[in-house]
Write a protein that binds this ligand. Structure first.
Ligand code: ADP
Length: 365
């Protein structure tokens, strides 16, 4: 890792040259900020700058360069300031530089030990940043591979499954009367398993789609519209269960309508599905503002969740019941969590077993 130097002259230049060559550090010297920026862009471990070498316009160029750096990068700068009582100008410049990033100020006259330790610390910090970058890149790649795998697996497995479904239907239709009761029951079981696996794969696909949500800036969306779409899809089960749903005033949020609607549909669908026997669901949707987020809370009067499972239910394929008792794939909450986290929000539940559940999630306002 080389060190880029901007304009120290005379005694400072000689001292830097001596110190850095003693440490066997590769250096390049530039006489103006334009060349410095070019050298930094080509890759550097640290930069040493004489503070009088930066005019205010050059400082602006440096500021722009710094703000365009990737998140892992925090280029260390060692700045040689004027010694003695600082002038007002150098005081202001020092303050401005400190606010810009990773700047260590060294007062002149410069001492070899101070230069040596500052440069070594700067290079060590830069080395760490490079390590973090390569680990981050490896993680991003591994994640992308996994996403791709989950997507292809769930997508491609549906095709042969469809064929199994079609042929077991044909078997039942054309040969059903040649089979005894047990044979027909087997066919029936195959049909039910095909439907279940299709639902599982469908949810796995939705989950993998939720991973590809990008961090782009979202225009304000009325949450009432997303809720309306979810309620429409739940129309049948609301009617059938005789559910009563009260709705607070709904704010505008920064989440795609389809994503918010999917969360509402999963949470409301659960509030209806996990109702107490013989008791119609009473559901309340409330909202409150918390700093940069809106928090939505869906409270139900259903069977509730045992304390030990409050985290686990957000994992993939996690269910607390058999499919015979309550239908489902165990993916609904995992999908909600994925979506909410992609928008840097959170989702959680409060519940007393047997006393209903309160699911809350936060969405950028
Ligand atoms: P699914 O409903 O398909 O099983 P979810 O991921 O939506 O999958 O929910 C996971 C589990 O969390 C459910 O199986 C259920 O046991 C529990 N659960 C979710 N919502 C509620 C609720 N409102 N009341 C009680 N239990 C719930």
């Amino acid at each position: 890792m080389r060190v880029v130097i901007l304009a120290p002259v005379g005694r400072d230049a000689a001292l830097l040259a001596r110190t850095l060559s003693g440490l066997e550090i590769d250096t390049v010297v530039s006489q103006d900020a334009g060349v410095l920026m070019k050298m930094l862009a080509e890759g550097a471990g640290a930069a040493i700058i004489a503070d009088e070498a930066l005019t205010s316009s050059e400082l602006s160029v440096l500021k722009i360069w710094l703000s365009s750096q990737p998140p892992w990068s925090d280029m260390p700068f060692v700045v040689l300031t004027s010694g003695g009582v600082p002038t007002r100008e150098s005081h202001l410049r020092a303050r401005e530089l400190r606010a810009l990033g990773n700047f260590t100020l060294i007062e002149r006259p410069v001492r070899p030990d101070t230069v040596e330790s500052s440069i070594l610390a700067a290079l060590r910090a830069r080395m760490r940043q490079y390590e973090i970058r390569s680990r981050q890149e490896a993680l991003v790649q591994a994640n992308a591979d996994l996403e791709q795998f989950a997507h292809s697996a769930s997508h491609d497995l549906r095709e042969p499954l469809r064929t199994i479904g079609i042929y077991s239907d044909l078997l039942a239709r054309d040969y059903g009367n040649q089979l005894d009761e047990r044979g027909n029951e087997f066919l029936n079981l195959i049909g039910r398993s095909v439907s279940r696996m299709d639902a599982l794969l469908g949810d796995l696909l939705s989950y993998s789609h939720a991973s590809s949500i990008s961090g782009e800036e979202i225009e304000p969306t009325p949450s009432a519209r997303a809720l309306e779409a979810a309620l429409k899809n739940l129309d049948g089960s609301i009617l059938e269960s005789n559910a009563r749903i009260s709705i607070a005033e709904m704010p505008t949020v920064r989440m795609r309508e389809s994503h918010l609607s999917q969360i509402f549909q999963n949470l409301l669908g659960n509030a209806i599905k996990y109702r107490k026997e013989g008791e119609p669901p009473v559901i309340e949707i409330s909202t409150r503002k918390s700093e940069s987020h809106w928090i939505f809370t869906i409270t139900d009067n259903g069977i509730g969740i045992p304390a030990a499972y409050k985290e686990a239910i957000f994992g993939i394929f996690q269910r607390l019941h058999t499919a015979n008792k309550y239908s489902g794939t165990g993916m609904g909450l995992a999908i909600c969590k994925r979506i909410v986290e992609r928008y840097s929000g959170q989702i959680w539940v409060e519940s007393e077993f047997g006393e209903g559940a309160r699911f809350s999630f936060s969405v950028p306002s």
